[in-house]
Design a protein around this ligand. Sequence first.
Ligand SMILES: [Zn+2]
Length: 260
Amino acid sequence: MTLHDGGVAEGDTILRLASRFEATLLGETVTASAPNPRGKAARIEQLDGLTLETVWVHGKHLLLGFGDLSLYSHLGMSGGWHFYRPGSRWRRPRSSAWALLSGGDWDAVQFGGPTLQVGTTARLRRNPQLTRLGPDILAPGFDPEAVIPGLRADPTRGLGDALLDQHLVAGIGNIFKSEACFAARVDPWRPVGEVSDEELVAVLGAAREQMLAAVESGGRHSFRVYKRRQGACPVCRGPISSRGQGDANRTTYWCPRCQG
Ligand SMILES: [Zn+2]
């Protein structure tokens, strides 16, 4: 089983990843190794002989707790975790694996990504990358009203850009940014200060609903506008538009007719 390999890991992928760790390695004493020098630099081998005690997820961030030490993983655009039975064939070369955690008759293998580090649990929990995150859109009891003031802090910012700001709301990535705006019929280019409370609640609700559905379905979901620049809008049959948005120039997909 592969969790995220090619594509962008959004909150739904990381939530499934956490479930996978809970089902395989939680409570197990692990053998830890770093086949690739990048993993050695991340001090993966410090986890050898420790027991996975907690699995914590927030937005796109994952913390595996081994008592006083934890492993912090963020997959970004390129990273992935694979789960294999010991001795089975890997889908990528062993030498490219940053981390190998074995226990409970499973091998969890990490490849690539912007963040992989082992540190003291206390220090990692104070890491600004984690403490500055906004509410997790997939957390139980997520309250869309609570994130609206933050989303509007810069009223001139485009809605699609604001939705990707993990400090405002954590977990939404490029796919569900576009899909949620389409589902709620809101133009992602509108300045967020001009988007009504009702529309913001609808967009956030659509993102949460679609991402939870993706968790349930094991990551299978069909996109209605994302990467459908050659396609027709499933509602009005008009052309789908796409253009880079925000400082990071992340491509937004939308239907100008339905979301006008
Ligand atoms: Zn349309």
